[in-house]
Design a protein around this ligand. Structure first.
Ligand SMILES: Nc1ncnc2c1ncn2[C@@H]1O[C@H](COP(=O)(O)OP(=O)(O)O)[C@@H](O)[C@H]1O
Ligand SMILES: [Mg+2]
Length: 229
């Protein structure tokens, strides 16, 4: 992916997280996840950006990005298909450091939570089997490396896309921005980052719960104390 760091810097600078519609550089929101907002920029219409705006400094943003790379490397080694991914860190005065994760844009219709409404029953069974097969690959990988290493995936359908490529469907895990893995039993994800002060106590509580059960989705949608982005 050809992405210009200077454009990311300019984009972050132009962004008004509280009133995103007033931002100078145009973008299109695709959705809000648990911890990131997801959008395309006018300059890169085929690339999805996930903005994670909660790092108190450069060092924590860098180490989080490294953890994402380590996590995705383990997932690939376990046999999962992941989209190409790149991470850009930027910072505007008076705001936390921000990590932008970039991925190729998949058609919204190819996400499993959409396909479950459009495919015929046999295809749905095949899709669910394919997702479960991927989850099982993670289980087998853990069996091989535990207790030294343990990885987890959030396997909800909205985290998978199943596009047709070369006349056959291929399953990708696209939610890689929360690096769920343990080394020697120690969680690598610093959950307190996601509630950059002054995050509400309720959010900390919810994320703590999420954190203690890696891979288990609680369906939480934390409030966004710094605005919708
Ligand atoms: N690469 C992508 N292409 C198109 N849409 C995407 C892509 N990545 C995420 N999305 C959309 O955004 C939603 C949330 O993305 P996800 O990575 O799961 O974010 P979160 O970690 O915040 O849950 C997905 O279910 C999908 O609808
Ligand atoms: Mg997700």
């Amino acid at each position: 992916m050809q992405i210009d760091q200077t454009h990311i810097d300019a984009f972050e600078k132009s962004l008004n997280p509280v009133k995103p519609e007033t931002s100078r550089l145009p973008f299109k929101i695709l959705g809000y996840g648990e911890i990131s907002s997801i959008f395309t920029m006018e300059k890169y219409p085929d690339i999805v950006f996930k903005r994670l705006p909660f790092f108190p400094g450069m060092q924590s943003a860098l180490s989080y990005r490294d953890q994402c790379v380590a996590y995705t490397t383990h997932l690939k080694n376990a046999g999962l298909n992941l989209p190409e991914e790149d991470g850009f860190i930027t910072h505007s005065p008076g705001r936390p450091h921000v990590l932008y994760l970039a991925q190729p844009l998949f058609n919204a219709d190819t996400f499993c939570h959409q396909l479950i409404h459009t495919l015929d029953p046999d295809q749905i069974t095949q899709m669910i089997d394919t997702v479960l097969d991927a989850v099982n690959k993670v289980r087998l990988y853990n069996e091989k490396f535990m207790p030294k290493l343990q990885i987890a995936v959030d396997a909800q359908l909205s985290n998978w896309t199943w596009p047709v490529e070369n006349n056959t469907r291929k399953l990708y895990l696209i939610d890689t921005s929360t690096p769920f893995y343990r080394i020697q039993g120690k969680e690598q994800l610093d959950v307190t980052l996601a509630v950059f002060p002054p995050g509400p106590a309720v959010t900390i509580g919810c994320l703590g719960k999420y954190h203690r059960n890696p891979g288990h989705h609680h369906g939480i949608n934390p409030p966004y104390p710094h605005g919708p982005l």
